[in-house]
Write a protein that binds this ligand. Sequence first.
Ligand code: UGA
Length: 480
Amino acid sequence: MTIPYPTTTPSVQAFLQVDPPSGASRPRLAFLGTGYLGATYAICFAELGYEVLGFDVDEAKIAKLQGGQVPFHEPGLDELLRTNLTSGRLRFVTSYEEVAEFADVHFICVGTPQRGDGMGADLSYVETSVSNLARHLKRRALIVGKSTVPVGTAEWIEQLVAKHTDPELRVEVAWSPEFLQEGFAVEDVLRPNRIVVGVKTEWANGMLYAAHKGVFDLAATEDREVPLVVTDFATAELVKVAANAFLATKISFINAMAEVCEVAGGDVTQLARSIGYDPRIGNRFLQAGVGFGGGCLPKDIRAFQARAQELGAGEALRFLHEVDLVNTRRRGKVLKLAAELLGRPAGPAGPDLSGTRIAVLGAAFKPNSDDVRDSPSLAIAAGLANAGADVHVYDPQGMANACAAQPTLSYEQSMTDAVTDAELVCVLTEWAEFRNADPQALGELAANKLVIDGRNCLDAVSWSRAGWTYRGMGRPQPRV
Ligand code: UGA
């Protein structure tokens, strides 16, 4: 039966009662792919009281998780992992057979990286996980996509499921995008600001409601409501990429304003504050700086454009190309500022920074994360090194990943080690450790008191008072 897009609150949905095919009183959940998304969901849903299985083909990762170690940095997650392993509600396995035997609802959380040959998303992990799971299913189950995918993927997954399962099992597909932010992931899963489900049948809707009841129950005990949007496959898939495209656009908008402020003598931080007071605009995601990075925003806006082009709506998303360009220009801006501050004017091949020593503070794409995927900080560090500088990087959590991604840079054990003898300091990720650093003390270690604040996160006046020549992004030099 096709559901005609009811957009309802959980209380209205509560009548949807379905019995989990496993015979358990509430659905047993599996999360396939224990990367950032799947591991966080698996751990948090066990915390909500569900019986949960996390699955991955990567045996080392599964051994770590089963041993009580989260393979990435996410505040609060280690503790929840250990509590829930001990409770017996949470396990991690590498066998499709076990997953198929165990769960009623299977969430597909595998990666969808950018394809090597273009801007589109690589769906090979989705295809492998769904096909292998489907082949092992022996009773009715619901397969729910969570990975960020091109619109149309859910319909394609239905075809894969039809190919690999007996029709009598009546295995169904649904879509439920996720919106978690690294650094806030536990809160975002336990207390989401909305749940969106794309379903075709009452049964799928009921199973998904039961699979999220723990979230609604927690909200009720805290006197909150979590809005639930029940919709069709295409809309559910599009919601995710539309949300990320909007966030990326907001960041590039303010970075475009930063470019204008730079030539007009304005201050983008005050501009952002001033427009942000208008509730129609809002003040979040208006921090100008070195731009957005990470495993999601950059690749998602590219994959969205590629898919729209395939569908014949390429023009509708042409502005996202501009969003991407503004974002990339911000990385180049730091190189230009560095050359200017160090008195190394750029030639046709860019600036020559040879013989200079530069400290880069921050490698992760944002604070409270060890993720360096498409990190502006690390890309800028590599750009400075390419221009000939001797670059010394420090990040509170991202060192191991940064070392693996950019092995030729020098890595230091502390902020002070990185700053010692540096002729220029670039703060490129706004970790609290850097924001709260004492400019006086750092000034005594550095060879030159030159600082680029790539995130507008330092107190420009106190750094200037401590003798530093300060350059922010889209703001004039402070008057001291
Ligand atoms: C993003 C979305 O915010 C999540 O809602 C989404 O679920 C997730 O992608 C995903 O698709 O899985 P995340 O990648 O964790 O989350 O990072 P964000 O907090 O969105 O930050 C992205 C980048 O934008 C970072 O490099 C950050 O430093 C930068 N940023 C953010 C700015 O430059 N300015 C801002 O005002 C805000």
